[in-house]
Design a protein around this ligand. Structure first.
Ligand code: ATP
Ligand code: MG
Length: 281
């Protein structure tokens, strides 16, 4: 990139960051004022007050949505302040499956985990990795719900200095036309979606020296793959794998099956060793 172009980009970045800050304060004033109005109107049981209350609720919902977008924009543009600590990824994944179990049950989706190898002592920022995995799992559950009776699996395996985490679903898959824009900020196909989930996942994983890729078959499901170094100071193995995978002959994700169909093969049925299913403790 030329010097001119990069300084223009930097300037645009600062401008956008400034704009987001300027939006934040009036938004919170609007929210507070609406909450006060909500309190006032809820004392009054007249038809007019009821109608006004519904409008206030709608406005509050929109403001909350805008607020989330601005907050996430600021986090993405500033970068996350990572605090690395030894983490048991196995425990984290079991807890997430437990935590999202009720939501999965409600949607009639089976949610389970498959854990292999030593997953303790992985050096990550646990808060952000949990957030990234939660985003992927929520997307998977949301994609599976419209078809009903589907399955979501989170699988983690360690290969020497690299941990591979896969989130696999038997959901609606990604339409061909959307393939390229999945990770673009604000791209969403959901009512009320921010389109910031996947950009945030990518940002967090890359800040850990990792990589995120996905494959999908429309109507059959999707598989998101995270590769993370077990220690950010030992990221060379992963960087080497990524360099190899960037060559035209190599698969998109190292150690991943080449066949897309196979990648999405999710066999419902009895749990394998090391598996946890939502609802189990
Ligand atoms: N597992 C998946 N299966 C099918 N499509 C997916 C999957 N995950 C993401 N997508 C598509 O990518 C889009 C962007 O996802 P992202 O998580 O960034 O935002 P979102 O889920 O739409 O909104 P939010 O995360 O704020 O709820 C989704 O709207 C959906 O179209
Ligand atoms: Mg999402």
């Amino acid at each position: 990139m030329s010097n001119g172009a990069s300084s223009r980009l930097e300037f645009l970045g600062q401008l956008a960051g400034g704009l987001a800050h300027e939006i934040k304060n009036p938004l919170s004033t609007m929210k507070l004022t609406l909450q006060l109005l909500q309190e006032d109107f809820s004392q009054d049981k007249s038809a007019l007050a009821m109608r006004s209350l519904r409008k206030i609720e709608l406005l509050l919902k929109e403001i909350t949505h805008l607020d989330e977008i601005v907050q996430e924009f600021l986090r993405l543009s500033r970068g996350h302040d990572l605090k690395f600590q030894r983490t048991d990824l196995g425990d984290m994944i079991r807890e997430l499956v437990e935590f999202l179990g009720a939501e999965a049950n409600q949607k009639s989706v089976t949610l389970r985990s498959q854990l292999e190898g030593e997953l303790d002592g992985i050096i990550v920022d646990a808060t952000y990795i949990r957030q990234a995995l939660t985003n992927l799992l929520k997307n998977a559950l949301e994609a599976t719900e419209p078809k009903g009776g589907g399955e979501v699996i989170i699988r983690a395996r360690r290969h020497s200095d690299v941990v591979m985490v896969e989130v696999i679903d038997t959901g609606v898959g990604v339409a061909h036309a959307n393939r390229e824009r999945m990770f673009r900020p604000y791209f969403t196909t959901k009512k009320g979606g921010t389109g910031m989930g996947l950009p945030m996942v990518r940002r967090i994983v890359e800040e850990h020296g990792g990589q995120v890729t996905y494959e999908s078959v429309e109507g059959a499901g999707s598989r998101f793959v995270l590769l993370l170094p077990v220690d950010p100071n030992r990221r060379e193995t992963l960087q080497a794998m990524i360099r190899v995978s960037a060559t035209p002959e190599a698969p998109a994700t190292p150690a991943a099956p080449r066949s897309r169909r196979r990648a999405l093969e999710v066999k419902p049925g009895s749990p394998e060793p090391g598996e946890t299913q939502a609802g189990e403790s």
